[in-house]
Design a protein around this ligand. Structure first.
Ligand code: NAD
Length: 436
């Protein structure tokens, strides 16, 4: 295939070398004459394992050339990869000037090009950039419509500097953000021979997945570094503790606890993170990252309260009170905290939780709920639909499968705030998911 790579920095140079090695005809483009001159001579503009050889072979074999002239590159190719920089603005936002500029240039070249052209975004851009920014620029400047005169795909890059070439051939997966109904076949074809699964998803999901990945990698590092420093200060061999921690592939290094939803709670997580923070304080180790975990969790409870308050219904049915389904442990349940806040603000709350029988609560669990919601018996109902009687709004924390259909049928025109993402409720009138 004939591919132009716009921006030959760390990502673009690796694309040039690897795509040329895969047998494609590549034109590298940059605004930097120095980088273009290096690539044209068969030298890599970046330092990276194996890339010198791939670029030299590409140029010698006539499959790779470089230019500063984007018009030449667009005319000579059928596909353009955008890999220009997207640095931070001083305020933290992303600077998309180079993306805008290159999209504008491509668009203007497409105005006079009869053949259909494909644009592939490899730069990291925020969710929404394709639909709200780049495609509109391409359409405006080319006078053509997405799908007719040109195709557009998001194809985030997951390589790491230092092992870029290896990562290019063994990505975690190939992610193709595409317009509805488009199977991304043209991008799949480019990566034939590259390992990993291919996922074709809406543009925003592809763009978001890249942001999520980098945010999570940063979160992992901050967690490891900060926790490691606390442990070391306590005389623990932090690396040994982390090795064991990573060995747990069912709860620690796994998709567990990685589904977005409502706040966490229960008798262990809040208590133990508070204890860990107290140990850090005693050891004089600052823990700004771990210190934000409980405030972040509380913010979720506050946000759901505000979402309920916005609807101005005074009687609220709450499904689920314990911190998760199938337990009667109410200690530090976020639903207890939400109910407490609602009651404190004068709401009538009717609660259904099949696992919670107030008369049977004992010990610290009983003491906790008597302190937080003293007259809980009066608020609890025995049947799920009884909670809806007189209620203008239903809040679903968790609700067993056996009760979902009954509640869905009895919802009527009540507002529904679904904190648990129950599939049966989507599409009901008044539905609002947990992401609001
Ligand atoms: N570096 C990485 O490891 C990595 C990994 C994955 C994704 N990314 C993302 O890929 C993108 C590129 O990153 P990078 O590290 O390669 O950046 P970089 O700064 O090394 O390279 C960007 C190149 O784009 C060129 N450029 C700017 N405007 C141009 C224009 N109008 N026309 C042609 N060229 C132009 C610059 O001169 C530069 O050579 C960023 O969005 C980055 O976030 C980077």
């Amino acid at each position: 295939m004939r591919i132009s790579v716009l921006g030959i920095g760390y990502v673009g140079a690796v694309s040039c070398g690897c795509l040329a090695a895969s047998g494609h005809d590549i034109v590298g483009v940059d605004v930097s004459p120095d980088k273009v001159a290096m690539l044209a001579r068969g030298q890599s503009p970046i330092v990276e394992d194996e890339i010198d050889r791939l670029i030299a072979e590409g140029v010698q074999g006539g499959r790779l050339r470089a230019t500063t002239d984007i018009a030449d590159a667009i005319a000579a190719t059928d596909i353009s990869f955008i890999s220009v920089g997207t640095p931070s603005e001083p305020g933290g936002g992303v600077n998309l000037r180079a993306v805008d500029e290159v999209a504008g240039q491509i668009g203007r070249e497409l105005r006079g090009k009869a053949a259909r052209h494909i644009v592939v975004m490899r730069s990291t851009v925020p969710p929404g950039a394709a639909e709200e920014r780049v495609i509109p620029i391409l359409e405006r400047e080319s006078g053509k419509r997405l799908g007719d005169g040109f195709g557009y795909y998001s194809n985030p890059e997951f390589l790491r500097e230092g092992s870029s070439v290896r990562d290019f051939y063994a990505p975690p997966y190939t992610l193709i953000g595409a317009a509805a109904g488009d199977d991304g076949a043209v991008v799949r074809e480019i990566y034939q021979g590259v390992g990993g699964e291919v996922h074709v998803v809406p543009y925003r999901v592809a763009e978001a997945a890249k942001y999520l990945a980098n945010a999570f990698h940063a979160v992992k590092l901050a967690f490891a570094n900060e926790s490691g420093a606390i442990l070391s200060a306590l005389g623990v061999d932090a690396r040994a503790a982390f090795r064991l921690f990573c060995e747990d592939r069912s709860l620690n290094i796994s998709p567990a606890y990685l589904t977005p939803g409502f706040a966490f709670g229960g008798s262990c997580l809040p208590k133990d993170i508070r204890s860990f923070l107290a140990l850090a304080e005693r050891a004089h180790v600052p823990a700004p990252f771990l210190g934000q975990v409980l405030p972040s969790n509380q913010a979720i409870i506050d946000r759901s309260f505000e979402a309920i308050a916005r609807h101005g219904r005074q009687t609220v049915a709450l499904f689920g009170l314990a911190f998760k389904h199938g337990t009667d442990d109410l200690r530090e349940s976020p639903y207890v905290l939400l109910a407490e806040k609602l009651i404190g603000k004068g709401y009538d709350v009717r609660i259904f939780d099949r696992s919670v029988q107030v008369a049977r609560l004992v010990g610290s669990n009983r003491a906790y709920i008597e302190r937080e919601i003293p007259h809980l018996e009066r608020l609890m109902v025995n049947e799920p639909v009884a909670a809806l009687e007189g209620a203008g709004m239903a809040v679903v924390g968790h609700l067993g499968r056996e009760d979902r259909a009954g509640v869905a049928a009895a919802m009527g025109d009540r507002r529904l705030l679904d904190l648990a993402g129950v599939p049966e409720f989507r599409g009901l009138p008044g539905y609002q998911g947990f992401c609001w």
